[in-house]
Design a protein around this ligand. Sequence first.
Ligand code: NAD
Length: 369
Amino acid sequence: MASHNLLLLPGDGIGPEVMGEVKKVADFLGKAGVATFETETDLVGGAAYDAHGVAITDAAMKTAMEADAVLFGAVGGPKWAKVPYEARPEAGLLRLRKDMQLFANLRPAICFPALADASSLKREIIEGLDIMIVRELTGGVYFGEPKEIVTLENGEKRAVDTQVYTTHEIERITRVAFDLAKVRRNKVTSSEKHNVMRSGVLWKEVATRIGATEYPDVELDHHLADSLAMQLVRWPKQYDVIVCDNLFGDILSDIAAMLTGSLGMLPSASLGAPDAKTGKRKALYEPVHGSAPDIAGQGLANPIAMISSFGMALRYSFGLGQAADLVDQAIADVLASGARTRDIAEKGANAVSTTDMGDAIVAALKRRA
Ligand code: NAD
């Protein structure tokens, strides 16, 4: 049975609570003979600051670099509002992304039938939705230089951010999107604004070339980012994989996320380049939500986003697609049975606790395994 090294970084707030439920799922898969997971746990964010004065230690970073995958809970909270900027909780996540060179952010937006009525859109628009947004994570306008605010001679200020992309950066992110499409519904929509941005012109050109030369069997179309934003709320099911830059991806993935309901349901993956020798990508999996200090420690957190993030690790880091399907099905079963944590429960309806939800998912796994 294959064994995989997993670094668990629960972090702050509800992070440790939702990570606890992932451990149950991993233990079950081990006992069921699917795969064993050698897990190590370390501190990140405010918890690391309290213990070591930094948002992540060099030792934890080293473990992360050597792990087959990192599972990250969430960081931050009011307790650390005044810590030095370089040691703020988010710095731990930023260092992980930077040192592991995680350039591809994968955000699935899946609507479980049982939750279709929780969406702000009509059931027929959202039911059965299953799209994937691939966002470039390490380039573009958030990082391009110059990035500054200068004072002009007349005393006025001038702020500059720079949108920069190279051929190589666009090639590698579009390849991630095409590879995903091949194991999904074979369709990529590349999004930029080539009508007003030079980086958009290059983006479209490179995506077109990669599609034509390396993935001729995958359908490729191009949507301007503003029009795509409208289409996402009009008829999102027309899409399969959407690929876009850092800025547009930030916005479009949040729109797509909210189509499906609660933050407590949304997983994500961040992937690096394949290793030249092993072909393995560095990878970090995390729920989209934060540390939710308002509900931390009360057993109210929904662990599904964290458990689904582990499901993505099974699929994208460990080649355990069947086990990932099993986890997805178990979550769907539990939702279909009516179990809801407070964030996805109807007003006034009874809600289950974090641990109850985790236990129910493990029980559903047992029934299906
Ligand atoms: P948040 O995602 O923590 O919470 C927003 C709202 O959603 C809250 O009402 C919260 O109770 C609810 N919520 C979030 N996750 C939930 C879950 N699993 N189950 C049930 N309800 C859930 O965002 P915020 O309140 O803006 O930020 C809180 C802290 O988290 C801040 O310190 C922020 O910087 C940090 N944060 C961290 C990350 C990360 O670690 N990647 C991401 C976003 C925010």
